[in-house]
Unconditional design. Structure first.
Length: 215
């Protein structure tokens, strides 16, 4: 059976796996972004705190994804829980680092001017600092999403959702008629999703970043 015949025969399952993969990555990136930006906001003013946040989240990336998911299984069980936990943890570093870099890069004179016109600390953060730090934060989200696309495939090891199931089925049945088709379908699906997400982020950047501060 050719690859395209395989895709035609299995298109419903492939579409379901693709949707689950995209949904898992998207939802985990929302959580990772909220946590990462919050950590950046809480730590960027103090050098030691910012360095601790970056070092802590960077340490997570030194743990192989398969090992981390394996360690989570006794705690969270199989399925969605270890997948979500692992993806959120892996998605933190680029967001935290870029949030801290972006917030520290805001021109102090602009913050002083905001203070001079009577803005509170919260108002300065949400109306001046975060909007100016948004371009590097968005870049961090973009990088994290590309990482999670590939890492999410490993979640099939813990019975997680997504295209990794297609890849693992193919690997476990190497030598059979459709083994290569299964691995190829899962891999190409992840690549296509990564490109679509990246294009969506590029569009978000154009819509949300003023031309004057666009990188």
């Amino acid at each position: 059976m050719s690859f395209w015949e395989y895709v035609g025969n299995r298109h419903e399952q492939l579409l379901a796996d693709t949707y689950q993969h995209a949904s898992a990555v998207f939802q985990c990136m929302v959580v990772a972004t909220l946590i990462g930006v919050a950590l950046g906001v809480l730590t960027y003013r103090r050098a030691w705190a910012g360095n601790l946040a970056i070092t802590s989240t960077a340490t997570i990336l030194t743990i192989p994804s398969l090992a981390l998911i394996g360690l989570l299984i006794p705690i969270t069980g199989l399925g969605v829980a270890p997948t979500v936990t692992a993806l959120v943890l892996y998605g933190l570093l680029p967001v935290v680092r870029n949030a801290i870099v972006g917030l520290r890069g805001v021109d102090p004179s602009l913050v002083d001017a905001a203070t001079g016109i009577g803005m509170s600390r919260a108002a300065r953060l949400f109306r001046v600092e975060l909007p100016l730090a948004w371009p590097p934060i968005l870049t961090g989200i973009r990088v994290a999403t590309q990482m999670l696309m590939g890492i999410a495939a490993i979640a099939a090891y813990a019975s997680g959702p997504g295209l990794g199931n297609e890849i693992f089925r193919g690997i476990s049945s190497l030598g059979s008629a459709n083994a290569l088709n299964q691995v190829l379908a899962g891999t190409l699906g992840i690549i296509v999703l990564a490109l679509l997400f990246d294009a969506a982020y590029a569009l978000i950047g154009r819509l949300t970043i003023p031309r004057g501060i666009r990188v």
